[in-house]
Design a binder for this molecule. Structure first.
Ligand code: BGC
Length: 418
């Protein structure tokens, strides 16, 4: 018995060593910021998919929502001549790295897998540079969502709000009942996430385009922009005193456990609800920020492959890129992550109610010309401009500027950043 066990252990060890050697040969080091519960669960789907294909995973997680900290680490790694093999990137950051010539082309994978026909145009604008594929989009998220605790709303007799005015009334009713009305974390990127919706509430999609995407100084300094900052001020009145610095997933947890009624956050928040065993429509509600319906402020996580010379690594990069856009993987990953597929030919059958709505909203907005890049998540303008907008939005949110001054500061900050 004893001898048999030892033999089996030795065989297992030999096998593990052999597998380990194979994995070590073909592996990707992946820099990402998916460290919250729902994010990590989705990341595991990717890790396991790659493992099944014999591609090993070297994890390089950098905590911090929206990747602000991850981008700082990435710059340091590249400057030190030690770029990661694969990197999670958003929007204009992809373009910026492509401009620097840092990204490996993925044209052969794209051609073999038929990406051209299935990836939505809004994502291709960022996944391609100068006619070449330089990133593999893994999903589509959007920022103009509200997440609500259904039991709490039912208990307080509050119906799902359908206009901005009704939303404010609902927030007031929750506050009057002694609960936290709006779960929020005071971090610049989270303030910017709700600013996407504030701009839409104040001026609609055309105004969003003019101000956030075209950076028209007149729009940036307009009365409508003052109104957007007033929307932010109203929302600021509904957060709890401990909001400063709170991570977004902890704000989601406040809604999940009934401490708070609402959170305005991208649909990665759904990953937290699902991870806590909650069901959409029964335990929680998802709906577009009232006053922004018909518009989708999107962001898509994409994986870019940094140039490397080792042929094994190049092979692993290609395997990863191909895996990311395969239809079964798109379903397995996005149903966990809270996002929707980055290809137009995937059925919504396996998605929950929020996912189905997200897919329908995306298609409708694309058709109507109201699928707009999220400023908060790097799809409206390059990092320098985005960070300048973050600074003004956060300073205003924290009471440093009144709304008129904030609009004036926005004009100046954006001008300097360009
Ligand atoms: C990313 C999401 C991520 C969220 C919070 C967004 O910028 O697109 O994938 O879950 O940040 O970290």
């Amino acid at each position: 018995m004893r001898r048999f066990s030892l033999g089996a252990a030795a065989a297992t060890l030999a096998l593990a060593t052999a597998t380990g050697a194979a994995l070590a040969a073909k592996e990707v080091e992946v820099l990402h910021w998916w460290t919250a519960g729902g994010e990590a669960a989705a990341l595991n789907v990717l890790k396991e998919d790659l493992a099944a294909q014999g591609v090993g995973w070297v994890d390089m997680p950098i905590a911090g929502g929206s990747g602000v900290e991850a981008m700082t680490v990435l710059r340091a790694r590249v400057a030190a001549g030690n770029a990661p093999v694969a990197v999670q990137l958003l929007g204009f950051d992809i373009t910026d790295w492509a401009k620097e010539g840092a990204l490996a082309p993925l044209d052969d994978v794209a051609e073999a897998e038929g990406w051209e026909e299935v990836v939505p145009g809004a994502l291709k604008d960022f996944a391609k540079y100068d006619g070449h594929w330089i990133a593999a989009p893994v999903n589509v998220h959007s920022t103009n969502w509200v997440w609500a605790n259904k039991a709490l709303l039912d208990e307080l007799g509050i119906a799902q709000p359908t206009t901005w005015e009704e939303f404010v009334a609902a927030l007031e009713a929750v506050q009057a009942a002694g609960k936290v009305a709006l779960a929020h974390g005071g971090q610049a990127w989270q303030d910017a996430t709700i600013f996407d919706s504030a701009v839409l509430i104040a001026g609609g999609p055309e105004f969003y385009k003019k101000s956030m995407i075209d950076l028209d100084p007149e729009a940036l300094g307009s009365e409508t922009m003052v109104k957007a900052f007033e929307v932010m001020k109203t929302l600021r009145g509904f957060v709890d005193p401990n909001f400063s610095g709170r991570d977004w997933n902890l704000a989601s947890a406040m809604v999940i456990n009934g401490e708070a009624a609402f959170q305005i956050m991208g649909d990665w928040a759904k990953g937290e609800f699902l991870g806590a065993g909650k069901t959409p429509g029964e335990d929680f509600l998802c709906f577009r920020v009232p006053g922004t319906e018909g518009v989708v402020t999107f962001n898509a996580d994409q994986f870019a492959m940094f140039k490397v010379s080792d042929p094994e690594k190049i092979e692993a990069q290609k395997a990863m890129a191909a895996a990311i856009l395969s239809p079964p993987f798109q379903i397995a990953f996005n149903t966990v992550k809270g996002s929707v597929p980055a290809r137009v030919d995937v059925s919504d059958a396996d998605f929950d109610a929020c996912g189905k709505q997200a897919m329908a909203d995306l298609a409708a907005a694309d058709e109507a010309g109201t699928l707009l890049g999220s400023m908060g998540h790097g799809y409206a303008n390059p990092a320098a401009v985005k960070n300048a907008i973050y600074d003004v939005v956060t300073a205003h949110f924290n009471g440093e500027y009144d709304s008129t001054t904030a609009a004036e500061e926005l004009v100046t900050a954006v001008e300097i950043a360009q």
